[in-house]
Design a protein around this ligand. Structure first.
Ligand code: B12
Length: 214
C-alpha cells in the first residue's frame, strides 16, 4: 500500500482547515483494513512533521500549525471509538507528557496502541506537573508509565521525573519517547536502570508483543 497519496491529501486537508476531509481520508484507510500503526505513522505523523518543516521555514503561520494540530486531535478522538477493545487485560498504563511540554499528539497515539492491547489507559496529555503525576501514580498504581518529551530543553524535566519516580517506585516500568530524545539525547535514559526509549509505534507494538509473551 502506497500511503504517500493519502499523506499528501491529509496534509492539504489539515492545512486548509478541512476537518471533514481529513476525517474522511482516515476513515477510508481504516475501512480498507490499514493498520492503526500505518495510518498514524505514515499518514498523520508524517503530515505533522511536514507541518513542522513548513512552519520552521516560514511557509505557514503559527495559526495554520495550530489549526492543523487541532484537526488532528479531533480526528484521533473520533477514530478512538473504532479501536476500543472490549476485552481488557488487568494491566494499567499512565501516559503523559513531561512538565511544561505542550506537545501531546505523540503520547495520544501511544495511548491508543496500549488501548488496542487491552490496557486500562490513563491518558493525561500535555504538561503534567511532577507532583500531580506522582499523586496520580499513587492512586492508580499502573504497571507501566509512558512518558513523552518533544522539546530538547525539557530533558531536565524528564530526568527529574525519572529520578523521582524511580526512587518511589523502583519496579515500575518506565518507557520514554518523543523527538526530544532523538539522536544522542536518548543516551540520557540509558543512565537509569529499567528505563526504555521506544522510537515509534511499531517498536511499541514489538515491546507489547514481547511483554505478552513473557
Ligand atoms: C503541532 C506542533 C505544536 C503544537 C502542539 C499541539 C499539541 N496539542 O500537541 C503547538 C503549536 C502548541 C506547538 C508549540 C511549540 N512547538 Co511545536 N510542533 C508541532 C509539530 C508541527 C507537530 C508535533 C506532532 O504532533 N508531531 C506528530 C507526533 C505523532 O510525532 P511525535 O511527537 O514525534 O510522536 C511520535 C514518536 O516520537 C513517538 N513518541 C512520542 N512520544 C512518545 C512516548 C512514548 C512512551 C513512546 C513509546 C513513543 C513516543 O510516537 C509518535 C508516533 O511515532 C512539530 C513538528 C514535528 N516534527 O513533529 C513541532 C515541533 C515539535 N515544535 C517545536 C517547537 C520549537 C515548539 C515551540 C517551542 C514553538 C515556539 N517557539 O513557541 C512550542 C513549544 C512550547 C512548549 N512549552 O513546549 C519543534 C521542537 C524542536 C525540538 N525538538 O526542540 C518542532 C519539531 C518544530 C520544528 N521543526 O522545529 N507545537
Amino acid at each position: 500500500m502506497d500511503y504517500s497519496v493519502y499523506q499528501k491529501s491529509f496534509l492539504s486537508a489539515i492545512l486548509a482547515g478541512d476537518r471533514n476531509r481529513g476525517s474522511a481520508i482516515i476513515t477510508e484507510l481504516s475501512d480498507r483494513g490499514c493498520t492503526v500503526e500505518d495510518i498514524y505513522e505514515k499518514v498523520i505523523r508524517d503530515s505533522l512533521y511536514k507541518v513542522g518543516d513548513l512552519w520552521e521555514s516560514g511557509q505557514i503561520s503559527v495559526a495554520s500549525e495550530h489549526l492543523a494540530s487541532a484537526i488532528v486531535e479531533s480526528v484521533l478522538n473520533e477514530q478512538y471509538s473504532r479501536i476500543i477493545f472490549q476485552i481488557k487485560t488487568n494491566k494499567t498504563v499512565v501516559a503523559a507528557s513531561v512538565e511544561n511540554e505542550v506537545h501531546q499528539i505523540g503520547i495520544k497515539m501511544v495511548s491508543d496502541i496500549f488501548e488496542m492491547s487491552g490496557f486500562n489507559v490513563h491518558y493525561l496529555g500535555a504538561n503534567n506537573p511532577l507532583d500531580d503525576l506522582v499523586n496520580f501514580i499513587d492512586t492508580v498504581k499502573p504497571n507501566i508509565l509512558a512518558v513523552s518529551v518533544s522539546i530538547n530543553y525539557h530533558l531536565n524535566s524528564l530526568e527529574k521525573l525519572i529520578e523521582t519516580i524511580r526512587d518511589k517506585y523502583p519496579n515500575l516500568i518506565i518507557i520514554t519517547g518523543g523527538q526530544g530524545l532523538r539522536d544522542n539525547n536518548k543516551e540520557i535514559v540509558k543512565k537509569y536502570p529499567n528505563i526504555m526509549y521506544i522510537k515509534d509505534l511499531y517498536a511499541l507494538e514489538e515491546f507489547l508483543k514481547k511483554s505478552r509473551a513473557s
